[in-house]
Design a protein. Sequence first.
Length: 375
Amino acid sequence: MSLILDFVPNHVAPDHAWIETHPEYFVRGSEDDLARDPASYVRAGESVLARGRDPFFPAWPDVVQLNAFSPDQRTAAIETLKSIAAQSDGVRCDMAMLMMTDTFARTWGASAGAQPDADYWPTVIRAVRRDHPGFVFIAEAYWDLEWALQQQGFDYCYDKRLYDRLAHGDADGVRGHLMADTGYQSSLVRFIENHDEPRAAATFPGGRASAAAVTALSQTGARIVHEGQLDGRTVHVPVFLARRPGEPADPELRAFYERLLAALADPVFRGGEWNLARSVGWEGNDTWQALVAWGWRGASRRLVVVNLGDQPASGHVALGWDDLRDRTWQVDDAATGERYERSGDDLRDGLYVSLGAWAWHLFSLTPLPTPETTP
C-alpha cells in the first residue's frame, strides 16, 4: 500500500505564514484593486493580495493566490514537495492545470508579471524527481488538458471526460473515448465519484451505478474509489464541513462492490495488455450499440461487457485474439457466478451476449484441456 497526499499548488489560506514572510510568492494587488473589486482582493498582513480563482468563475472567498510565474514561489513549492516526498509516495495535485503557463496568463494577465521561459510543472517535477525518482505525480485536470499535463511530467491525470460520458452521455461516447491511444489511457485516473463530484449513488440511480462502476474501474490507468461510495452514500458534503448526516448503508450495492473488487484484484488488471473489443449486431437489431466491451490478457484473461443503456441489449463482441482459436474455454462470470464453456473461435470473432438494462459481465477465460493433452 502506498500513501498519496493532496498538494494544492494554486493557493493557500489567508493566515498562511508565507503571507507575512514571503508576500512575493503571491499575486499582488493595489489599494485601488481592493477598493474596486473587494470580492477578488483581500488585505492580508501588510499586503493586498489576489484571492484564488480559475479563469471561468469568481474568486474563491477563503484563499489567496500563489504566483506560478514567481521564481521564488517555484523554489518554495519544490522544497515543500521534497518534504512531502520524504514522507509519502506521491501527490494528487489539486486543479493542476491552473499553474500551466497559458492558463495562468489567461487568468491573471499582467498581474502575474513576466512569464518564465520554462513552464511550472516541468520545472517543479524534474527538481523533485532528482531527489525522489519514484515519486508519483497525479493531476486533477479538466478542460481536456490531460494529454498536455502528461507531457509536462505527470504520471496520471483525472479522466473527467469518461466520467461525464458515463454520467450524461451514451455508449457511443464511452466507446469513442476508449478508442484513444492506449499509452495515453494508461496514464488516466478513472472514477465515478470524488470529493468534487456529486455522490455516485445519486448521480447513477438504480442499476446504472453498477454499470458505471464496472466501466470505470476495469479500465487501464489508475482508479479512484471514494470514501462512502461502496456504501451508497448520496449526500455530497463540502470539504469545508467536518460533519455530515448519517446514512444507512446500501447492502445490495455493498455486495456488488465486494464482488467487483474481488474480481478486479487479479494482477492482469494492473499489468496485463488491454484492448477494446468490437461490438456488432445484425439486421433489425440496433440494441447492440449499447454494448461496450474490452479485454485484458496476461497470466490470465478477462472479458468485460457492459450494457450502457436503459433497455435490454444483445449482440456479438469480439476480442480479436488469435490465440483463442481452436480450443474450448471455460468462462466464469463474476457478475452472476455462472460458468459456461465457449468456443475460442466465438471469443475471437464474435461471442453472443444478451444483457438487461445496465447489466454487465466480467468473464474470466480459462483454457480447457484439448483431447491431445487429456490423460
